[in-house]
Design a protein around this ligand. Structure first.
Ligand code: FEO
Ligand code: CA
Ligand code: CA
Ligand code: CA
Length: 611
């Protein structure tokens, strides 16, 4: 039996469920959330927890997996991908080479089978969120070399689509130059659809129509759709733009600053392309921060930026279907005190009409979440009524954060990945928020939240299309040895462990979570990891360490092959901050002498399911 189907709890039991009995006894003022991590019903259900012995925490420069498992590198930065791609040579890198090779800082992974649900052969779609110039190039550059480096960086962003085939030993190999192998980059022509397409807010001197954006940047999380496309999310787009003070007026400047656009960019691209200079192209930052749909099976189609899903620092795009067949996309805005969102399409999914499905996300309703302290919640539509009565749909789409402010959305502790579970459940990782001075008494219960937590949403009636839900905290990350609010140490059979900063998540066929972290080195002093976190049973909410990563790397993009015999995941920015002159990591130790962001696969040596 699933814990949430036992009874509809009273308010008192809801508080206990949310904060635990000890939190109640301490009184409301000191009611740090005592997570009832062991609250699930006891059952003999086999979970992944019985399938592997946890690995120890690591400070080493390797990927470590449990006994009986093996991790193999599938694709690294610079590996040949598209026909004609040259081999990786860090001393001879060029934009022309990079456009044909696997990009940098890999993040989300999506595996799309080529036939049915077969795991044997498919397209692996991989986001390239960012670049790390210090780890890509040696020393400073000027003139033509500096321009070449700018173009390399644009080409190292975006997405790689790799054709992968599993061999008899269970190891995936890349078919370099396969017809569907493809790079999408910061230079790829795209189009807008939805309410803001063609609006004055999106027009630039290069594209007065406001319909033809160029490139995607900051693509972090993502998701597969039921109709066989992928959604990829532009996150920290502010980092590419400079000179906010030169924007046309105070209101315009404030709107850009709401997304952290500053005078100084992180990457300095404005020196090479005026579109990254707000003084010259004030609308260009409006053309980033979108959920982008790509059809990996049809390279002739342009990627589409769906303005109906709003413009935020999108981390996730988890798609499912409402009971009436409408498409539902959960997405999140990864910044302190920002919001979680849900889009519902106007039209319904049609299993036999792929072209119609590819247009599903062009029109619908974007909602933002309000979490109440009593464990209920509402999805509030962002539509031109009430406080938004004088807003146009285009303005709501482009200035989504400000629209959500006006309807009273709940500020969250940096919402990262969202994933759909069985039975109308969804999970969102709140990675951390040390700026929160006091807990909100609801879904963000902890002050100075340095370790993050995971919230479980149960849609009313088990229907993802519902506008009401219940919520509870599945897991409150931290170090149980130093933080009494972290309660999983006492659970049967589980040794006390410190875990921090949940980021990406995959849900397996049992409904259990596999959570990747980003930030453990600073939060708890050990390398980032992948954790198995049951969603039911007696170890509900108790993390078990499945994998540890190399020095300086965050773990991103866990994705199971359909048969769950292989787990794909990305090792992003190994050796971060070290630079090529004084590297802190040489992972994957492949003889090139440079740390290389890579996708790895994990499998059991006996060939059985991981889950
Ligand atoms: Fe790119 Fe929110 O992580
Ligand atoms: Ca992330
Ligand atoms: Ca995910
Ligand atoms: Ca993160």
């Amino acid at each position: 039996m699933e814990p949430w189907s036992v009874v509809r709890p009273s308010l008192g039991s809801l508080v206990e469920r949310r904060y635990g009995r000890r939190g109640l006894l301490l009184g409301a003022a000191s009611a740090l959330p005592m997570l009832a991590a062991c609250r699930g019903p006891r059952g003999a259900r086999r979970t992944g927890a019985t399938r592997f012995a946890p690995v120890p925490p690591s400070s080493g420069d390797d990927v470590v997996v449990p006994e009986g498992h093996v991790a193999e590198v599938l694709l690294s930065w610079g590996d040949p991908l598209v026909a004609g791609a040259p081999p990786f040579d860090p001393a001879a890198q060029s934009a022309a080479r990079q456009r044909l090779q696997f990009g940098f800082n890999c993040d989300w992974n999506g595996f799309l089978p080529l036939v049915g649900r077969s795991s044997e052969e498919g397209l692996l779609c991989v986001n390239h969120e960012s670049v790390s110039p210090g780890e890509m190039f040696g020393g400073d550059a000027s003139g033509d070399e500096a321009r070449e480096r700018f173009e390399i960086q644009l080409a190292a962003h975006g997405m790689s689509i790799a054709h992968v085939v599993r061999d008899r030993e269970g190891i995936y190999r890349v078919r370099v130059g396969a017809p569907l192998a493809r790079r999408v980059t910061g230079e790829t022509p795209m189009r807008f659809d939805g309410p803001a397409a063609g609006s004055d807010l999106l027009g630039t001197s290069g594209d007065p129509s406001g319909r033809r954006p160029v490139g995607m940047l900051g693509n972090c999380g993502g998701g597969r759709t039921p109709w066989g496309t992928v959604l990829t999310c532009e996150e920290n787009f502010d980092e590419y733009f400079a000179n906010v003070d030169a924007a046309p007026d105070a209101e315009f400047r404030a709107a850009l600053r709401r997304y952290d656009v500053k005078n100084a960019s992180v990457y300095g691209f404005e020196a090479f392309d005026p579109r990254f200079d707000v003084a010259r192209e004030p609308n260009e930052p409006h053309r980033f921060g979108w959920v982008v749909e790509i059809d990996p099976f049809d390279p002739s189609t342009s990627p589409v930026k769906h303005t109906a899903l709003g413009r935020v620092k999108h981390e996730a795009a988890a798609t499912t279907l409402a009971k009436d067949g409408r498409a539902v996309v959960y997405t999140a805005d990864d910044e302190e005190f920002e919001y979680v969102y849900k889009f519902t399409s106007d039209r319904v999914y049609r299993p036999d009409d792929r072209a119609a499905n590819r247009a599903l996300l062009a029109s619908g309703t974007l909602h933002v979440a309000v979490f109440e302290a009593d464990g209920t919640g509402r999805w509030v539509p962002l539509v031109p009524v009430g406080p938004l009565a004088d807003w146009s749909p285009a303005r709501i789409a482009v200035h989504t954060r400000a629209a959500a402010d006006l309807v009273g959305a709940t500020p969250m502790d940096r919402p990262e990945d969202f994933e759909v579970g069985p039975g109308g459940r969804a999970y969102v990782c709140l990675t951390k928020n040390t700026k929160r001075e006091n807990g909100d008494g609801a879904a963000n219960p902890r002050a100075r939240n340095a370790s993050g937590h995971v919230v479980e949403i149960e849609e009313d009636g088990g229907d993802p299309g519902s506008t009401r839900f219940r919520w509870n905290v599945l897991a409150l990350f931290g170090d149980p040895a130093v933080d009494a609010s972290v309660s999983w140490a006492g659970c049967d059979g589980a040794a006390p462990v410190a875990a921090a900063c949940p980021d990406n998540v995959a849900v397996d066929r049992s409904g259990d979570l596999w959570i990747a972290t980003d930030g453990q080195p600073s939060a708890i002093g050990t390398n980032d990891a992948l954790w198995f976190v049951p969603s039911s049973g007696e170890e509900r909410g108790v993390p078990r360490r499945f994998l540890t990563g190399p020095i300086g790397a965050e773990i991103t993009g866990p994705e199971f092959a359909p048969d769950e015999r292989t787990l794909f995941l990305s090792i992003q920015h190994p050796g971060e901050g070290g630079g090529l002159a004084t590297p802190t990591s040489s992972w994957p130790h492949d003889g090139t002498g440079v740390p290389r962001p890579s996708v790895v696969t994990v499998r059991r040596r006996d060939g059985e399911r991981l889950t």
